[in-house]
Design a binder for this molecule. Structure first.
Ligand SMILES: [Zn+2]
Length: 519
């Protein structure tokens, strides 16, 4: 063999001589395969967008050789809980995700997705995607299309129309059906409606993901409902961003996890995902009683003094149920009418408006913001004991619940920048909550399994060449709540479908992402 090579070297013209065995070789790497196995030392070879070989590969050549210097090479991270609609169009490279090691996102979560997936997939593909994008079809999206923000049960005719929309989205490549049962209008639905729509997704092999009706005091009921939907529709269930978000019941995650395990023993495929932070991010409207938001008539209701008082009374009761004394846990992330509120808490904004301290004034401040169109918010609601316990549960995947950021704009949740680096730096290296191999498994093969991304999530020959190279001693999230617009550090190389999109820690001009449409 060697002599044949030498012979070719002598007689072939230069252009042919340059033709290498592989497109990329990653040498001297500690391979973490994504399945949870201990690392092993090998060279990883990439050709035509696939992992072509894993082994010693001593004599192999490549167009580009990366020396990993003994650092980790792992499958690119699959973030199955994202909300990229809208901002992905502004930054189709999705810089914040790539620099956090993410090579595939699943969007359309919490009941909110694009309605016409084919048109959207075509649009974003034309823009040149930095990473791979799959989508769920959202319950709230189809319900709004058929019923608006009506606060009532769906009629059989409306259910049939919504089923048609779910079926169409599934035929267009959706990976499953998502609900956001704390949000308008999904909050007005009953379980039977959710089951009926989930069946339309199950018929085409979809997964059911749920932002449940409750994530604190009534979480046991909420998990039971989510599992029953999966059981009745005949599909796997992913509980979205599992947490305990009520101070009064901090610690209750042991019961939630025991219940999930009980259902698994009974044969229901139910797993969860989690972001590694003690604060949630969502809209301001979620703090108001759901009936007050129906039909989009919040202004009219606040204008009526008796209704306004009733809303305020229920909000005070809810605050007491949560175990909170005031709205100090609530910080504005995005408020376009007055950006000076961004990064300020509700009590701070109340003070800026010269209101006396106290919950009554804070509720009036919330009403002001709602009257101006609402706000994006960050809520400090979770305890570290629950976060760590949920993370240790073997069937919890890591997922950001983030979106594509506009660098420097607003005061977003840092999870969009730093979720994976934070798990690897804080929860693996500093606290030892997870081993490195297990953390990687929760970012790769576990989510790939649930969402049936069959050729991703494992570092094996033949799989798509989505890869990340990082130094486990150095990887670190930089984004904080006070200063969120900071990219993660330590992901030196990221490959998407075989193309190098992060090179020596810097984004390249390569756009190798594609839409992943469920067959
Ligand atoms: Zn959610």
């Amino acid at each position: 063999m060697r002599s044949v090579r030498l012979f070719l070297w002598l007689i072939l013209p230069a252009a042919t001589l340059a033709a290498a065995d592989y497109d990329v070789l990653i040498r001297d790497a500690r391979v973490i395969d994504g399945a949870g196995n201990p690392w092993f030392r090998a060279t990883v070879a990439v050709k035509d967008g696939r992992i072509a070989a894993v082994g010693a590969l001593a004599g192999a050549s490549a167009t580009r050789v990366i020396d990993a210097h003994g650092h980790v090479v792992a499958p690119g991270f699959i973030d199955v809980h994202t909300h990229v609609e809208g901002n992905l169009e502004r930054n189709p490279r999705a810089d914040n995700f790539l620099l956090d090691g993410v090579t595939t996102v699943v969007t359309g979560n919490c009941g909110s997705s694009e309605l016409n997936l084919t048109a959207w997939f075509e649009k974003i593909e034309k823009l040149g995607l930095g990473l791979n994008v799959a989508s769920l079809v959202g319950h709230n999206t189809v319900r709004r299309e058929v019923m608006g923000a009506a606060n009532r049960a769906a009629t059989p005719e409306e259910i049939r129309k919504m089923q048609e929309l779910v079926d169409r989205a599934m035929r267009e490549g959706a990976v499953g059906f998502s609900t956001g049962l704390e949000y308008v209008p999904g909050v007005y639905s009953n379980t039977a409606e959710v089951v009926a729509l989930a069946k339309a997704a199950a018929a085409r092999g979809g997964v059911y993901t749920s932002h449940m009706r409750d994530e604190g005091i009534r979480e046991i009921e909420a998990i039971t409902e989510a599992v029953n939907v999966g059981r009745e529709a005949g599909m796997p269930v992913e509980i979205s961003h599992l947490k305990i978000d009520r101070r009064r019941v901090w610690g209750a995650s042991d019961q939630s996890l025991a219940l999930i395990e009980k259902f698994r023993r009974e044969g229901v495929d139910v797993v969860a995902d989690q972001y590694p932070y003690d604060r949630a991010a969502t809209n301001l409207g979620i703090r108001l009683p759901a009936w007050a938001l129906a039909e989009g008539k919040i202004q009219e209701r606040l204008a009526d003094p008796a209704t306004r008082r009733k809303i305020a009374t229920e909000m005070k009761q809810n605050l007491a149920d949560m175990g909170e004394l005031n709205y100090g846990f609530a910080t504005v992330a995005r408020f376009t009418p007055d950006t000076s509120y961004e990064g300020k808490s509700i009590p701070e904004i109340s003070a800026m408006k010269s209101r006396p301290p106290g919950v009554d004034g804070e509720i009036e401040t919330i009403f002001d913001l709602m009257s101006a169109g609402g706000a994006g918010m960050i809520y400090r609601l979770m305890g570290e004991a629950d976060i760590e316990r949920i993370m240790r549960y073997p069937n919890t995947a890591i997922a950001s619940d983030g979106g594509v950021t506009q660098f420097g704009i607003g005061s977003p949740h840092p999870r969009s920048y730093g979720t994976n680096a934070r798990v690897l730096g804080e929860y693996v290296r500093t606290r030892g909550v997870l081993t490195l191999e297990d953390a990687i498994r929760r970012m790769t093969s576990l989510p790939a399994r649930t969402f049936r991304l069959q050729d991703r999530g494992l570092l094996r020959e033949g799989m798509a060449a989505d890869l990340v190279v990082f130094d486990p001693a150095r990887v670190e999230d930089k984004a904080t709540f006070a200063n969120p617009h900071q990219y993660s550090q330590g992901f030196d190389f990221v490959l998407v479908n075989g193309a190098i999109v992060v090179d020596e820690g810097k984004l390249t001009s390569a756009r190798a992402g594609r839409t992943l449409r469920h067959p």
